[in-house]
Write a protein that binds this ligand. Sequence first.
Ligand code: URA
Length: 435
Amino acid sequence: MMNYQDIIKAKRDGKELSTEEIRLLVKGISDGSMADYQISAFAMAVYFKGMSERETSDLALAMAESGEKVDLSGVKGKTVDKHSTGGVGDKTTMVVIPLVAAAGVPVAKMSGRGLGHTGGTIDKFESIPGFKVEMSHHRFIEQVNRIKAAVVSQTGNLVPADKKLYAIRDVTATVESIPLIASSVMSKKLAAGASGIVLDVKVGKGAFMKNKEEAVQLAKLMVKIGRGAGREVRALITDMEQPLGNMVGNSLEVREAIDTLKGSGPKDLEEISLALASHMLVLGGKAEDFDKGLLKAKELLASGKGLKKFIEIVEAQGGKIDLAKENYGLKMADFCIEVKADKGGYISGIDAYEIGHAAMCLGAGRRKIDDIIDYAVGIELKRKVGNWVEKGDSLAVIHANSEEKAEEVKEKILKAYNITNNPPLKSPLIMAVIE
Ligand code: URA
């Protein structure tokens, strides 16, 4: 008779676990028969000893089966999903969904909330006045068929094993493990039901993966797991050394996503969004290859069809955006405080982790899962990597609802900026594509 201690011991000693042992573990995590201290010991054993591809895939599949799964059989057409491994200022989903939906590819999107220094798509959408992120399954499918897109928050019983394991990893320093991240992400994507999946694997200071080699390894593993489960999967490896775009914070990011759909957004955000959209168009059967997809995505952006679709999605979910109003009717913070350069030179780095952390301190994110967030606050980056500044030039603007909190993060933001005499080497935004 197998027991949890024996399985933990086997992993501790670097042995490969059988499919049966992994299924037993996942059952124990889901039904509560495996104690939290045993789950944490298991996570730490995996952190140090790793897992084979087969074990990782078994873990992803068993977790995907641990709760409800989303039945997308009622959706007409090939559904496509997208997932980012998490970053700072990453509002691509808000740009990509409307573009892809405007081309007729159904997107039934289930998203998560932010935790720690990273933001979450659901919080961003919820910062739109009136926007509802919960709806019945019937309405979800109906909306996807009617307007080709809907965004909802992950339902309570989707992948309960990952929910439990992730919560424990979060407080036991075991998040940064390639097999644990791969199985966690893919369990959710498999349970969410889409037949095509585009993954955005972030790499850099603001991401879980700190170097390209690790990110490629993670991406390849996730693509393999998805393919093994009969899905079409592609992965992009993208830069998260500095935040994406200029805005960090919920309402501010919605504003920037709208600007991008209007064609006047920051170029880094536009480039990644268009690339993700083109891969989704290919997987959704609306473009033959990446280049044709890119052309189509650019056309949808330039014609304003993407923006129109964004408004349609917002209105279908009870939200209100007024394009004629200042800040599109989104709630903005009471105070704007500038962070000025303390010396002249080139901006050679902006630590995405520190900026994300500063935004969280202002109230834009959660330290703990039940913290209430302030949608209006955040950080607007006035200078990005490669820009030249003189001493006293504005680096960033803090949007805050308390002067005290703004003062608290000012120093942190200044420190996040690295200013040097020589210009930094230009590195590509999209570092690799795994097909
Ligand atoms: N995102 C997830 O969903 N799971 C992880 O383990 C890391 C990032």
